[in-house]
Design a protein around this ligand. Sequence first.
Ligand SMILES: [Zn+2]
Length: 457
Amino acid sequence: MYDFLFKGGVYPDFDKKELVKGDVAVKDGKIVAVGEVEGEAERVIDATGLIVSPGFIDIHMHEEDFQNEAHEYFISDLELQQGVTTCLGGNCGKARQRLGEFLAVVEELGGLPVNYMMQAGYNGERTKLGIGRYENATQEQIEYLTKIMTEEIEQGCIGISFGLEYDPGITFEEIMYVLNAQPQDDLFVSAHYRDDSTGAIKSIKEMIDIVEQSGKKFQIAHLSSCSAMGQMDEALPMINEAHKRNPKLDYDTYPYAAFSTSIGSAVFDEGCFEQWGKSYENIYMTSGKYANQFCTKETFYEIRRDDPTQYVVAFVMNENEIADTIANPVCGMVASDGIVRLKSGHPRAAGTFARVLGKYVREDKVISMIDALKKMTLTPAKRIDLDHRKGEIKVGMDADIAVFNPETIIDGATFASLYEKKPEGVEYVLVNGVLAVEHGEIINARAGEFIPSKYKK
Ligand SMILES: [Zn+2]
């Protein structure tokens, strides 16, 4: 007797590179039969007209901030609702707490809504040491930070993330020192680039140098917000060529023409608007005193001074360049870069995966369904060494499954609200064989598990 049997749907077969008809049976947390499946199940679900996909893997997101906010899940629930079953947190150098602190709260909360893996965040630790943004660390400080990174990896983190734009004082040599001290050849390293727009090409070159000199895997974070301001025609061929030379280099990207970060960040330092060819009116405030308004010169400087941690949305990217990063046939994967603060933030946290499938696949037809699904499942699974158990609909794989309607799927969240409207078309989500979402509603938010990296001691 199966636990679940999805009858009459199609699923992505990445070996055949097409969607194929087949039933999918689940028992004890695993996919146990695929194809024409007979037999009884506790729950037989009619999947006619639906795609039975591996659960989406969000390789770049920002986990809950349990230290400064509530001991509650916000972004994890939003991820689950759109079909994400595994998240990689600790991005952009800003793990929102150390792994041990994160896991202690997870235990208190009785589990996780989705599966998690985590990176150690370099910048956060650097800031804790009192090193200023533009300041260079001393050799002694670098050695201390390296030790912390090593300890986090030994605790179960899969690698290290950097946020070079946030702390311009971090030097190339500093990064190389930290990475060379880690013995694992295929350690996962990611970075929020050093500079965007007119500085994008130089930043990408620096990251290519890091991957070539360190030998580690290297993920360029949210490429669109780095170079979708007119630089993509140069950036993408450069990355593709480097990827062909060394597949350890890859990138992720999100499907929105606006990025979000705190208004006090170095991203908004003097000269940023000239660099983007944009102005104060392109910056939107999602919370605080001027919630849901675009900035003026006056409010921009007022909030930057008085409430620098407030998140704002910057509409400074070009739509056609976003599409290029998603459609790129050579490399690249889809990820949200989602971050939620006090229940507000950029809609990418709640809508990224549904938006790619609805807008970029169905409406704009810039990428095929099979290729888009691969960029959200098998490709990120391989990247974080999970492809032996996640990322495909095959017998023996974990039963992380997202069942959606390709005719209706679309994002619902807006810049005004993450919550007002849910994504449409997500019918069923299984996490480790447990039915977690049914017809868009979360019914079990504790089926996920933390997955330590293979380097855990
Ligand atoms: Zn970032």
